[in-house]
Design a protein around this ligand. Structure first.
Ligand SMILES: NC(=O)NC(NC(N)=O)C(=O)[O-]
Length: 399
């Protein structure tokens, strides 16, 4: 339902909403400290599903609310919490969602960044650089003064959670890798969800070039950069952790309206249809893809008839041109030729099916004519970027 709502409102929303939610509980995001959780716990901020309101729901502490809500403060100070991102990375923006908090929403917030591991170029004063943080270390970090946390969003007013204004968007320009956030509410109140939009940044120096990794995984820094349709589910869901929980946790397009009234197939059983849907991803690291998994888990009456995958290597300048042309540039090469798909099934493709023996930086998954895919895995070896660009021996594939 959230995705349906998002797709309809897409025109008015900021671009950064297309990135991954690095704080979501489904990718390992956690609240490790909160000053007060009287009415509702801070962990609700990171739930994947959209906030709900149940008029009749009360607890012994007050009205049940689907978010983080503190007491009305009767002492000096303000409320705040510390969030450990599930996927550390570069943050491009936030949605501070106040849905249903009307009369009890937090009037002002600010957000600060922390980086508490050795992969960061900066650290907090007093932290233990290079050590995995334990609960007691985190509790110590929580006590650090707010002055040591760089500010991502300065003190800003929030709109209350009426349905037409509950999303409070903040664009962020901060070029360092963030592992933690400090969310401050001034002085107190409630927030339904905090969405942390960005791209994961992994330390690739510890990954052997002999080791196959899922180069497009969200946790490895993969990101969806464009798509033709996301009516029921965003394509970024395909690079999430584990298998999809349900259809909403996958990419699902609307039914195409240009499908012929009577369908016809070729000798391989692949439907001959005029249209298709596509999604483009940048890999977390340039690499040589040696096997692919396409999972139609949960898509039983609405799996695509077929899929194919194209790939290419793009410099940042070429990437800018591709975005301008809706990714319709001439650099795409066939990685996986058209494959007939099955419902609710993991399809594995290896050396026999894959056609590229060169490293790539971007891939485009194309489904025909429409439907849903729950996961895309691109297993391969990370290759240094300079070697990737030097590789030119590809056959041309016409769109
Ligand atoms: N009706 C309320 O929501 N009251 C209070 N909040 C909760 N959750 O009970 C409040 O005023 O902060």
């Amino acid at each position: 339902m959230a995705e349906r709502r998002m797709a309809r409102k897409a025109c008015a929303e900021p671009d950064f909403l297309q990135f991954n939610d690095l704080g979501c509980e489904t990718v390992g995001g956690k609240v490790i400290f909160a000053t007060d959780e009287w009415f509702a716990p801070a962990r609700n901020l990171l739930k994947r599903e959209p906030p709900q309101f149940i008029t009749s729901a009360f607890t012994e502490f007050g009205k049940w609310m689907d978010g983080w809500e503190t007491r009305r403060k009767r002492t000096p100070g303000h409320d705040w919490c510390i969030i450990q991102l599930g996927v550390p990375g570069l943050i491009h923006g936030f949605d501070v969602d106040t849905s249903f908090f009307t009369g009890n929403h937090s009037p002002y917030i600010s957000i600060q960044a922390g980086c508490l591991d050795q992969e960061s170029p900066f650290t907090l004063e007093g932290d233990r650089t290079g050590m995995a943080a334990s609960d007691s270390q985190m509790a110590a970090v929580a006590k650090l003064g707010s002055e040591v946390w760089p500010e991502l969003v300065s003190v800003s007013q929030l709109q209350p959670g009426y349905s037409d204004c509950c999303h409070n968007y903040f664009k962020v320009s901060f070029s360092r890798r963030v592992t933690h956030l400090r969310l401050n509410m001034y002085p107190d109140g409630g927030i339904a969800r905090l969405r942390v939009y960005g791209v994961g940044l992994r330390d690739w120096s510890s990954v052997s070039t002999d080791q196959d990794v899922d180069l497009v995984a969200l946790t490895n820094g993969g990101v969806c950069l464009g798509y033709s349709d996301a009516h029921f589910g965003h394509p970024r869901n395909m690079i999430g952790l584990g298998r999809a929980a349900n259809m909403a946790d996958g990419w699902e397009t609307a039914r195409r309206l240009d499908r012929p009234k009577k369908l016809q197939a070729d000798q391989r059983g692949i439907l001959q249809v005029p249209g298709w849907e596509w999604a483009v991803f940048r890999l977390g690291h340039p690499g040589l893809i040696s096997s692919v998994e396409v999972d139609t888990n949960h898509f039983k009456g609405n799996f695509p008839d077929s899929c194919r995958i194209e790939a290419c290597t793009l410099t940042p300048e070429e990437k800018a041109q591709c975005i301008g042309s809706r990714w319709n540039s001439g650099k795409w090469r066939v990685l996986l030729p058209p494959q007939k798909l099955r419902p609710h099934h993991i399809h594995h493709y290896g050396k026999m099916e894959l056609k590229l023996s060169h490293p790539v930086t971007h891939v485009r998954l194309i489904i025909a004519p429409d439907g849903g895919i729950s996961r895309l895995r691109l297993w391969g070896r990370p290759i240094p970027f300079t070697a990737t660009l030097a590789s030119k021996k590809w056959t041309v594939y016409k769109l």
